[in-house]
Ligand binder design. Sequence first.
Ligand SMILES: Cc1cc2nc3c(=O)[nH]c(=O)nc-3n(C[C@H](O)[C@H](O)[C@H](O)COP(=O)(O)OP(=O)(O)OC[C@H]3O[C@@H](n4cnc5c(N)ncnc54)[C@H](O)[C@@H]3O)c2cc1C
Length: 324
Amino acid sequence: MRAFEWCEPKTLEEALSDLGAKGAVTKAGKIDLLDRLKRRLDAPSRLVSLRRVAELSGVREVEGGGLLLGALTTLSALAEHPLLRSRWPALASAAGQAATPNVRNAATVGGDLLQRPRCWYFRKEAFVCARKGGDSCFAQEGRNGYHAVLGNDQCAMVHPSDVAVPLLAYRATVTIAGPLGRRTVPLESIYVGPDEDITREHRLLPGELLVAVRLPPPGGGASYVKLKERESADWPLASAAAVLEIPGGRCTAASVVLGAAAPLPFRSRAAEAELVGGPVDEASAARAAKAALLEARPLSENAHKVQLLEVAVRRAILFAARAV
Ligand SMILES: Cc1cc2nc3c(=O)[nH]c(=O)nc-3n(C[C@H](O)[C@H](O)[C@H](O)COP(=O)(O)OP(=O)(O)OC[C@H]3O[C@@H](n4cnc5c(N)ncnc54)[C@H](O)[C@@H]3O)c2cc1C
């Protein structure tokens, strides 16, 4: 690990100023970052720790019935928060199923949304894959049992975040601050696919900070389904979130998002189109799950993931419909 300078700003302004230096990198719970430093994937000249920046902490209700989550809110706090458990249960469930209790106590929502890929080729210094500036994706021909089945032709990583999946389904927005000011944008819009830029996963620029995540008031029923290889703590093999509005027995609005399926959290408009306008039952949920995976292109070792993802989507839809 290369030596670096350590900064502990107390305000957002100080943090942005500290991040202005060349080679400066943001540190939140450090679960992802420390692993990358130890593996020599990153060699920052300065680490800017956010832990003393009060503006980035806390969960509070906002006008109109939404909820604001400071970027430093831990996954444990999300999982245990009474308001989240009662009104945004898909998010509380995803946070509670991520990683292990000790990781959840340190890992923050901002860091989870912005963590880098867990693809074993990406994480090994020796493999200079396309995402690290090389010219190939080793997973295409190599070991790819856990990799993407959608949008995987240039890079087959799966986006690692559990909480991004329900947050996209709830149509959350994020506030980003940087040298040019603040902007609030849909969470979905910050993610970048390999066809646009294979070297990054999100649109935040160096020197910018994710300040908060905002959840709109919940409408209808929601659920999050995570399928894992092990029953104990594990990354998702397949996951899905659904948020449905079904007044009077007809679905009027649907959000369906797949996790561990593609290089970014994958919102399936095809699945949503199958649900809107009709009743939500076994038949429409199965049609929506098929539609979500219609474009799947499994690699040599991961055809099973297509079926697992279909199961996750179908279950998420049916559980959300029951929760309305
Ligand atoms: C054993 C293990 C199991 C895991 N299992 C799961 C799992 O099942 N599901 C899951 O979702 N995750 C899982 N994780 C990943 C873990 O949840 C993430 O690494 C963690 O949430 C990252 O958050 P952090 O606060 O530690 O971020 P850090 O490691 O501090 O930062 C991560 C990245 O985000 C940037 N960053 C952080 N905060 C901000 C901000 N506010 N603004 C701008 N940039 C920022 C950092 O610069 C860095 O690049 C697992 C990790 C481990 C070690």
